[in-house]
Design a protein around this ligand. Sequence first.
Ligand code: NAI
Ligand code: MG
Length: 504
Amino acid sequence: MNQMTNVKLEQFPYSDAAKKALARKPALFIDGEWVESTGGATLGVVDPSSGKEISRFVDATDADVDKAVAAARRAFDDGRWSDLPPIVREQIMHKLADILEAHADELAELEAIDNGKPKGMAGAIDVPGAISMIHYMAGWATKLGGEMIEPSATPRGLFHSYVRREPIGVAAQIVPWNFPLLMAVLKISPALAAGCTVILKPAEQTSLTALRLADFIQMAGIPAGVVNIITGNGHTAGDRLVRHPDVDKVAFTGSTEIGKVINRTATDSLKRVTLELGGKSPVIVLPDVDPKVAGPGTAQAIFFNSGQVCVAGSRLYAHKSVFDSVLENFVEASSFWQPRASLDPAGHMGPLVSDEQLARVMGYIEDGKKAGASVAIGGDTPESEGGYYVNPTVLVDVKPDMRVVREEIFGPVVVAQRFDDLDEVARQANDTSFGLAAGIWTKDLSAMHKLAAKLKAGTIWGNCHAMIDPALPFGGFKESGLGREQGRQGVEAYTELKSVIIQL
Ligand code: NAI
Ligand code: MG
């Protein structure tokens, strides 16, 4: 059943621009300058397409973190950013977006080299997504406002009262490795629009584009100290940020496990917290859909970005009358997702991000097989010289209590199941501790809306998947997160409300 052909899994040569970025001296971006770490520790940049180390970057010390927080604190407290005319903040943000656009090709290549995703995908999705996020959020700088509300329990005219909306202050932002640039930009944009200052920490697997972003922040004229970018390990530098008394808000995207740790730690000082965490998102195919549409659509829902997507459609539920034909078309579509090196122009799916992630995903596949699941396609790794490749994998004959059905795998692995009627599939789809997203494939409008109301998830897609737009609030029910990013709610999450009541 496996449609894969023999492809040589060898990385392609890097461009001169990429080589230059890789040759940088390890440094941190603090208070508008590139500074050396107070310690000597560095971490390696590994190209997941080859498994080779290609550069080093700083593993920030506690003293480095404290320095970055102090810079962000000063920059917030003296109003160098929040007191600017909002339209000037908006203009500077648009300028940052334009600089990203001018370097789009370089950014797409760096993302491909660092994360393993195909350069074509990074250039079509990650980089343009980051640019539109900045433009969209820039507009909020001039549109965030308070409200005039009359007191309710006093005679009219005795008091004047209103509600101000103010920036929260210093935000610590910790992002993962699956969409490094996009996540970094998604975090800093609403904070900047609201007037906050930031310390951003990229994931230790993928720091290249965040460091390049620091250059662009400098070029755009964002004042020193407003955005500080520090690299390093999560359990040290990340944890120090979350505990720091001068940090007012923590925004995190990553695993549910660490999200819970961060929420607990931040509680000690009652920091504001937003969390975007894991998922096990169901994709439901109703019997009216052409399997020639549903097959490739649901394959894309799981195999895009090698399945390393918080909203990956990792549980496929097809109506029993179409299950076999949907699966047949899904399998046929899987050859499109055959793994290739990230700079191979023919590639649509790259390797996984790290050897750790490879071991994790293969561990889940083995666990599923031991528990009685059958492998319809994939389940193995292609032959390669280094590199963390996994073939697109479909597991069938699964049971609801298996770990492969319940836990986030974060790889190109889908579990496929049958269902009988809408109530049954809604129950199955909701039988999870997660609640990030869900997909419904049908042209039956009534069934679509009924299911959309029943599914417990922050985003529902109809006849598409992973359609994410800066204007729409994004976040999770249940253990998939806390709060919302993007849209009005996303920028308001960087503000505090203040009621002012004056006796006249
Ligand atoms: P992780 O949650 O440990 O790492 C994400 C970010 O958090 C990184 O920047 C890391 O440095 C930081 N971090 C880690 N421990 C921290 C701590 N104690 N305090 C503060 N910051 C900390 O995720 P990891 O280990 O890279 O991946 C493990 C699994 O997590 C994946 O297999 C996947 O299932 C899930 N994951 C989900 C993501 C999502 O978008 N929902 C993104 C990345 C991973
Ligand atoms: Mg971790």
